[in-house]
Design a protein around this ligand. Structure first.
Ligand code: G6P
Length: 610
């Protein structure tokens, strides 16, 4: 999510870092900074906002030939100067840039404070700087200090460290966050993404998980975190800048769909307590009891976020036994809604800037209700104007049609459900543990669906000329039907409607003929038999049926022309899986129809007007 670049050579490090950071900005930014090493001291310069602001701040030739730079997409702490990277230890002699999330940062911070370390920021990254300082004071060796520090760290990292005491090396390490080293002539670079390197070199070495690299002007040595040397040949990059930014995918939307195993993992990361079968979320810590004792939730959102809210209603009413009302933010704000004592209002928004959602939450606050947020963009207006909240940690979403943000919103709603249901004792410890165990399995199950892309692409080829589509689902998968229809409309401009499957007989059935494909979500739950009858009704009218199913049985095989099988999971988690084939179907339909997938006509990523 954040961008990393490091340089060691004979040129002006600052200029190279800033240029590299600009290349990384497409991944999201809220602040940027550099640390430059010259004359045995480190100068750190950082600022909120875009890299252009940093560029102004650091303008002019600078003597440093070694440095590290970072563009941040906040996860812990507001996007401001103090929280921007690089971070330093107490002495200012060690500087670090980091991508990823340190799960045990609170425990480490408490320990380090007791050892006398002084913290400046709210970030998890600063904890690593002090931890390295601690080991450096015992070993006087940066590589060893980084290796020992990382043994104490739980979570993910791609990081680069430098020390004024060892000015001729950069030390980098990776677990879960990409890093690659660019090999130059008497200079070497390191970055989180090839786009920051290719102006200087196309010869690169990719760092693998649990590896550490020591980089000097003329040398690169690799080890694993157990201190064993590793040999790896360099690779020559042939792709162009645009391909790199899209991670090798043709569109941002496809890249974002494929990121979902990781983004769902990130939404859960550090928030599940396996033994206790419960969740914890830092942003809700102070209001947990208030949430558990609420009489009603009112969830406000627009677009895809509204569909997530609707899934939330099914989940929370079923498990946490709390009444939930879901409203379009745009309707709520104008209908003079009734809010009662004991109501908690939630605003769900990917961007955190949607005007209708913002206005609705202001309306709710004006009526005295507590308002909490479920937001992706850290420090966005909705995040700032809510009393508490949870970040979904999906990373920047660039494709206008929301995909990974939706599944991360569902992941967080499930975390909230688990917390509330366990606190209200509407589910048992055993049930809580079962949910947690199944949450851990989701990323792998998502990957399984992503591996079936060819089948979905073939279905898109067959139906790409259709003018209308119907999407049908029941229960917790009814909102997924709505989301599937929305995705198709948004990017392929095919008219599509989502309905609860049983409502078909009250109207939409009149539309069905051989030209009207119907997409059913028929998972092996209590509604399966009923959905099977709905499918029969469509078949009887010669309608073509595409079914998202768990394991298709004989009855289904007889009825449906196309069955996309997805792994089984708990009912409340199933929308996180069932929506993925629908995202892929709409993507391939749009591509085959020659539509602009990432920037569909008339739509905006963030709607800040009425
Ligand atoms: C726009 C976007 C949708 C999004 C909706 C709500 O319409 O195109 O993808 O779902 O806004 O946005 P939010 O940022 O509040 O989730």
């Amino acid at each position: 999510m954040c961008g990393i670049v490091g340089y060691i050579g004979d040129k002006d490090a600052c200029e190279i870092l800033v240029e590299g950071l600009k290349r990384l900005e497409y991944r999201g930014y809220d602040s940027a900074g550099v640390a430059l090493l010259a004359d045995s001291r480190i100068d750190v310069m950082k600022t909120p906002g875009k890299v252009a602001r940093l560029e102004k701040m650091v303008s002019g030739p600078r003597p440093a030939k070694v440095g590290i730079g970072h563009t941040r997409w906040a996860t812990h702490g507001e996007p401001n100067t103090v929280n921007a990277h690089p971070h330093t230890d107490c002495t200012g002699k060690i500087a670090i840039i980091h991508n990823g999330i340190i799960e045990n940062h609170s425990a480490l911070k408490t320990k380090l404070i007791s050892l006398g370390h002084k913290f400046r920021s709210q970030t998890d990254t600063e904890v690593i700087a002090h931890l390295i300082e601690e080991f450096y004071s015992r070993t006087s060796n940066l590589e060893v200090a980084v290796r020992l520090a990382l043994k104490d760290v739980d979570g993910t990292f791609g990081l680069v460290v430098m020390s004024a005491s060892e000015p001729d090396i950069l030390v980098a390490a990776r677990r879960g966050s990409p890093l690659l080293i660019g090999l130059g002539d008497s200079e070497n670079l390191i970055a989180s993404d090839a786009s920051a390197l290719i102006r200087h070199t196309r010869d690169v070495i990719y760092l693998h998980d649990n590896e550490i690299a020591v980089i000097s002007r003329k040398n690169v040595s690799l080890k694993n975190l157990d201190d064993e040397a590793i040999e790896r040949e360099a690779e020559h990059l042939t792709f162009d800048l645009e391909q790199i930014e899209k991670g090798g995918f043709d569109h941002f939307m496809l890249k974002e769909i494929n990121e979902q195993p990781e983004t769902v993992l990130n939404a859960f990361r550090g928030r599940l307590i396996d033994d206790e079968g419960i969740s914890k979320m830092g942003g809700l810590r102070d209001v947990e009891d208030k949430i558990a004792n609420a009489k009603r939730f009112v969830i406000l959102a627009c677009g895809t976020s509204w569909h997530a809210a609707l899934v939330g209603k099914y989940i929370l009413e079923q498990y946490a036994k709390i009444p939930v009302e879901v409203d379009y933010a745009s309707e709520f704000r104008y209908r003079n809604p009734v809010l009662l004592d004991g109501d908690i209002v939630w605003a769900i928004s990917q961007s955190g800037e949607t005007l209708d959602t913002l206005a609705a939450l202001r309306e709710a606050r004006g009526k005295g209700a507590p308002v909490y947020g479920i937001v992706n963009v850290v420090g966005s207006t909705i995040a700032r104007e809510t009393d508490a909240g949870v970040y979904i940690h999906a990373g920047p979403e660039i494709g206008v049609a929301s995909t990974k943000a939706f599944t991360s919103q569902l992941a967080v709603l499930n975390l909230i459900n688990l917390l509330v249901a366990r606190k209200r004792k509407t589910i048992s410890l055993e049930q809580g543990r079962e949910i947690v165990a199944e949450m851990h399995r989701l990323p792998e199950k998502i990957q399984k669906i992503l591996d079936q892309t060819d089948q979905i692409e073939a279905i898109a080829e067959e139906f790409k000329e259709s003018r209308n589509f119907l999407y049908l689902g029941r229960g917790v998968n009814f909102p997924v039907a709505l989301e599937g229809a929305l995705k198709l409309k948004e990017i392929s401009y095919i008219h599509a409607e989502g309905y609860p499957a049983a409502e078909m007989k009250h109207g939409p059935i009149a539309l069905i003929d051989e030209n009207m494909p119907a997409v059913f979500i028929a998972l092996g739950d209590s509604t399966y038999d009923k959905i099977l009858s709905n499918i029969q009704e469509v078949r009887a009218r010669k309608g073509n049926v595409i079914v998202i199913a768990n394991e298709a049985d004989g009855r289904l095989r007889e009825l449906a022309k196309h069955i996309i099988e997805i792994p089984k999971t708990l009912d409340i988690l199933s929308p996180i899986l069932s929506v993925i084939p629908l995202q892929l179907l709409s993507y391939y339909m749009a591509v085959k129809r020659g539509c602009n997938v990432d920037q569909p006509r008339n739509l905006a990523k963030s709607v800040t007007v009425e």
